[in-house]
Design a protein around this ligand. Sequence first.
Ligand code: A3D
Length: 320
Amino acid sequence: MARPKIALIGAGQIGGTLAHLAALKELGDVVLFDIAEGIPEGKALDIAESGPSAKFDATMSGTQDYADIAGADVCIVTAGVARKPGMSRDDLLGINLKVMKSVGEGIAAHAPDAFVICITNPLDAMVWALREFSGLPHEKVCGMAGVLDSARFRHFLASEFNVSMKDVTAFVLGGHGDTMVPLVRYSTVAGIPLPDLVKMGWTTQEKLDAIVQRTRDGGAEIVGLLKTGSAFYAPATSAIEMAESYLKDQKRVLPCAAYVDGAYGLNGFYVGVPTVIGAGGIERVVEISMNKDEQAMFDNSVNAVKGLVEACKGIDDSLT
Ligand code: A3D
């Protein structure tokens, strides 16, 4: 059986890391696409040359021609611009919307059967626009944010409790932005919910609140340190986790920006929710019950995303 084909649209910081991780995990042959001449070719060659030492079997190539992504099983989209200090994700909207148009058309023309994972910010609006421009089935287009946001939350919690990150589960819902909703009640250490751990004296409510806020600010913390761009190792690793679940039909339960039609009182809207990712793409949206406070935070987040989607419609007439 031929190896799967993975097309990475955007060969910048995240794109290059995605290619390296896909190679190390032998997920398939990789094509890096970018408008910047030489960058995808150079990164592809560099990674290919690491193959003999890393011992992976996968081909790597770089291109400026969408025809080369033909037949891709997975497309991961990072094309566009990233944040610099002082910028919010929403500041990227206008420029990245134009990029989504060309990427959506390129995927529709050459890889219409692919499972598409969008990473470009502002995430929830860009994944919606990418789906509109590409016309692909909704279950085959999703956005990576929840896996990253919950990984950040899990990392901070594991450090606070001095336990393995493997035993910490966490849920983060809503849009990828300042309004994201880390769900404390559904986050656990080996099945023990965080509120119980506060009662058990493992941490205090104040410390937990600070961790929740640090999770919300996780992206900005890295931007502030790097100064020249935004996070890329953890975002790439998160998207690879999603791609692997699709390619191997693992049916992982992962939070991601998915098309929600019916659940959560939403009809036809992209926002961060728990999903099951398998060979069918987004096979299921998991609807969890929320208390009043959680629902209010979720609604606030949904409204923020709605505002961005409306802004997209105001910029591009073809979006309705
Ligand atoms: P960067 O290193 O700048 O790479 C972006 C690449 O896109 C560059 O190589 C550009 O040449 C390329 N590009 C620009 N326009 C086009 C086009 N029309 N077609 C093809 N390629 C193009 O950025 P990055 O890799 O650090 O980040 C990529 C995106 O991911 C940004 O929008 C970030 O804001 C976003 N991001 C999202 C998350 C989430 O959790 C959702 C996390 C981190 C970064």
